[in-house]
Design a protein around this ligand. Structure first.
Ligand SMILES: [Mn+2]
Length: 236
């Protein structure tokens, strides 16, 4: 089974609870993270190590981008909960695995089911061919400029935007996106299902073409995971 888990944000205890609830077996199952595995929560280091030891896969989120840019000296360090991770003996290895994450991941559907794209925040309405966009973005060298590129920034941060891909900073519920901005998914009508995180105030939802998995675990909400094969949601 392929399980996609919403924003972990250093919630290692909840990750373990979830793994128990779905009887996760690393020899048969895949664990996909929707980005933002780290920061804000208490146990970023433990979360990352656990995810790695389970053969974790996923996409990069804005908190991974922040941590990598801060570590590279590109961005100033803001108040964060990454001290333990930065000081860890295996920090280099852990940061390398975060930097290697793609911005978008394609998970083929099974038995005629819909294909899935996984992205942390969303896709630009101008990316009409997601395979082409993913090849271009994921295929570029993941250097510090890449982390700060418009494409990676869009994929890891968008909530509301225009058809031209202009974003604003609004992070409230989608129905209150100030015009002319609209939730990014209102522009999307592709055949594949897009699964994303990043929008805690939207919570877990299921749209026609998109599924949101960020149910604000780090803010006291639940941790949500979705199984592609069974089209099943589990929350802890
Ligand atoms: Mn995010």
């Amino acid at each position: 089974m392929r399980w996609i888990v919403g924003d972990l944000q250093g919630c290692a205890r909840e990750l373990d609870k979830l793994l128990a609830a779905i009887a996760f077996n690393p020899t048969h199952d895949q664990l996909w993270a929707a980005g933002d595995l780290i920061n804000r929560g208490p146990d970023s280091l433990a979360t990352l190590r656990r995810w790695r030891e389970l053969g974790g896969r996923g996409v990069i989120g804005n908190h991974e981008v922040y941590a990598l840019c801060a570590r590279a000296g590109r961005w100033p360090r803001k108040p964060d909960t990454l001290g333990e991770l930065f000081a860890a003996p295996d920090a280099e290895e852990l940061f390398a695995s975060l930097r290697a994450l793609p911005a978008m991941a394609f998970l083929p559907g099974v038995d005629g089911g819909r294909d899935v794209w996984l992205v942390h925040a969303g896709v630009d309405p101008r990316w009409l061919d997601l395979h082409a966009a993913a090849a271009r973005i994921n295929g570029a060298e993941h250097d510090d400029d890449w982390l700060q590129s418009d494409d990676v920034s869009f994929a890891t941060r968008v909530r509301c935007c225009t058809a031209e891909g202009e974003r604003n900073r609004f992070d409230g519920p989608p129905e209150r996106c100030p015009p002319p901005f609209r939730p990014w998914d209102s522009f999307y009508a592709g055949e594949a299902l897009i699964v994303h995180g990043h929008w805690a105030r939207r919570g877990h939802y299921r749209g026609v073409n998109t599924i949101g998995l960020d149910s604000g675990c780090v803010y006291g909400g639940r941790l949500t995971a979705w199984c592609l094969e069974e089209d099943r949601v589990v929350q802890v």
